[in-house]
Write a protein that binds this ligand. Sequence first.
Ligand SMILES: [Fe+2]
Length: 362
Amino acid sequence: MEKLDKVTELLNHYIDKNVAFFTSRSYEKNISSIIDPYIPNYAKKRIFYYNNIPSNFEIKDLQNGLLFFKKNNIDIIFTVGGGSVIDFGKLVNFFGNNNISINDWIHNVNKKVVTKNTNSLIAIPTTFGSGSEATKFAVLYDGIKKYSIEHDFILPHISIIDEVFSKTLSNFQAAVSAIDAMCQSIESIWAVGANDESISYASEALSLISPNIVEYVNCDRKNSDKIALGSYLAGKAINISKTTASHALSYAITKLYNIPHGQAVSITIANLMKYNFQNNNHELLNISIDKINNRMAILLDSIKEKTIKDGIKKIKSIIFETGMTVDISKFDINKISQNVNIERLGNNPVKILRLDDIFIES
Ligand SMILES: [Fe+2]
């Protein structure tokens, strides 16, 4: 696992290159004082900063980033921040080095021309939850329309995971991010697309996150190294397996009710656990019953519980203790179902015919 010393080492290595730092709005206030001591003085004059990347950025934001990339002849990108900032750096690196139009790509034109994998993208997460530093996909918006751009060359080449940044987060920011990582590891274990490798990353992530997340959020980022590593491993897991129903539903919840991503995902995770593992209708299964039972055993083992009932109780209590509980009594389930991500829903181990089964506790 690389720590911030690696920044100095890399800048020394890329001595004659033009380097960009892609960062968020809070970079100057919170992040620069932590990272600056690792930037040698002589390297500073070759670093170009692109600050103020918004969350859930749109095509026009990305186009501005690409203009900056070209104008300054950027060779190496450091992308430093939360999931959106890292996604932004990933997409600038991908589109900038391959000279593909964003619109062509999202409308499926000219996809074959991607040839350049640059080995020049370094991701430094600062919020510990999205796992974006370990995935080959990135989210891009066109108005309210969401695109997930996916390609092997989008994966960052180096990830620097240093938990020191967790001190810059409020309890709420820490919770929203870490709960996303926890849900990603749970969903990854039961995903249709999972394999032995992704299941091993996901169960390790869950074993690191579940016993530590409550104190991490409420007690001054205690055990932040465990959460930072867990979040990275959860990213590696979903990079293979992808996410499932809780994520499929979360995007609409975020959009309709302005609930942050991790919190929106957590709304359905406990009910979904019950639905996936206590389903009596075998015709609804997307994977075999043996696989479902095996995944359930791995999940329960990762959270150190023996029964599904106790497992659900533990997940609910984590959501409550981290302040993530949401009142869903005013949710319009029909509206949510009209905006659901069908692809991710199909990756759930059990088919979902009625959203009521997931939102309303039986
Ligand atoms: Fe997520």
